[in-house]
Write a protein that binds this ligand. Sequence first.
Ligand code: NAP
Length: 336
Amino acid sequence: MAFIDPKTVPQRTLFTGEKIPCIGMGTFGSDRFTPDQVSSAVAGAIRCGYRLFDCASVYGNEDQIGKVFARAFEEGVVKREELFVTSKVWNDMHGKGDVLLSMAKTLKDLRLDYVDAYFVHWPFPNYHAPGCGSDSRNPDSKPFSVEEFMLTWRQMERLYEMGLTRYLGMSNMTIPKLKAVLPLVKIKPALIEMELHPAFQQPELFDYCEANRIVPVGFCPIGSPSRPERDRTPEDVAATEMPEVVEIARAHGVHPAIICLKWAAQRGQIPIPFSVKEPQYVSNLKCVTEDPLTDEEMETLRAADKNCRLIKGQVFLWPGATHWQDLWDLNGEITK
Ligand SMILES: NC(=O)c1ccc[n+]([C@@H]2O[C@H](COP(=O)([O-])OP(=O)(O)OC[C@H]3O[C@@H](n4cnc5c(N)ncnc54)[C@H](OP(=O)(O)O)[C@@H]3O)[C@@H](O)[C@H]2O)c1
C-alpha cells in the first residue's frame, strides 16, 4: 500500500497553536457499508498515513473502529498521540448526565482514554429512528433553545475538565446560534463541523469561524455522491458534476472528487471524505500533498458556489415548523 508521510500533509492550527492534519477520514457508512468494512478502511487509512478520524456514536461502528485503533497501537503502526480522533454526542443523549454516559460508551468502544475532540452532533435533542424516511417526524422535537443547548454544553465542558476530551466542537450550527451561545461558553469550540463542498461553500459561516479562531471541518466534502435516497431532492447539485469542477479535474488529470478535496484543503477547512475503497482513500490523502490548484482555479470554484445544502435535516423538524430551512436560520435569527 502507498504510504503518504503524515509530515508531508499540510496542517491547520487550532486556537491553542496545536497543529492537526488538514484532511481526515469520515467513518459514516451511509447505510451502505457494514461496520467491518468501515473499520477495515480505517485500518488501511492508518497504514497509508491518515492521522485524523471523524467518528460518532450514531455511526454504529465505534466498537469495530476501537479494535482497529487498539491493534494499530499494539503493532506499533502509530502511537495514540499521533492520532486525532473525534467523536460526537447524538441527539438522544443531551439530557442531564447523558453526555457523560455517551462519552463513557464512546471511550469504551473506541478503546481510548480520551478523544481529541468531542462534538455536539446537532444542536437540539431531536431524535429520529435510524434509517427513517425524510417525511418522518418526532412529535417531541423542539426548536433550538439557548438554555437547553447550554445545559448540554456545560456537560461537554465537564468532560473537557475531566480530561476525557482535549477539545470541544459543535456541528450543524448557524451564525445566529453561534452568536447566542459563544458569549456564554467557558470552553470555546476549537472546531465546528458543517457541510462544505464546491456546491455549498457557506462563506459567511466559514468566515465567522475563522474570525473566531474556530477551524471549520467540512463534511460531505465530495458532495456525498452515494448518500441515501432519503437525503436527496430533485434540486440537489452534485459537486462532482459541476462543469467548473469537471473542467479543472480534466486539466489536472484526476477525478472530480480530488478537485473538491484540493479546493477544501487549500481554502482552509478540514475535509473528512469517506471511502472504504483503498485506491480512493489513498488518493484522497495524497492529493493534498501535490499538484495544488492555481489561484485562478480556486477563484473559479469560489464563484461557482450553488448554495445547495444536501443534508437538510428535515427529520429534525419540530411540530409547527414548515420547512427544512427553519433549521438553518436563513433570516438571520434563530427560528422558533
Ligand atoms: N456532522 C455531521 O452532521 C455529518 C453529516 C454527514 C457526514 N459527516 C461526516 O462526513 C463524512 C463524509 O461525508 P459523506 O461520506 O456523506 O460524503 P463524501 O465524503 O462527500 O462522499 C463519500 C463518497 O464519495 C465517493 N468518493 C470518495 N472518494 C472518492 C474518490 N477519490 N473518487 C471518487 N469517488 C470518491 C465514494 O462513493 P462510492 O463509495 O460510491 O465510491 C464515497 O462513498 C462522513 O463519513 C461523516 O464522518 C458528518
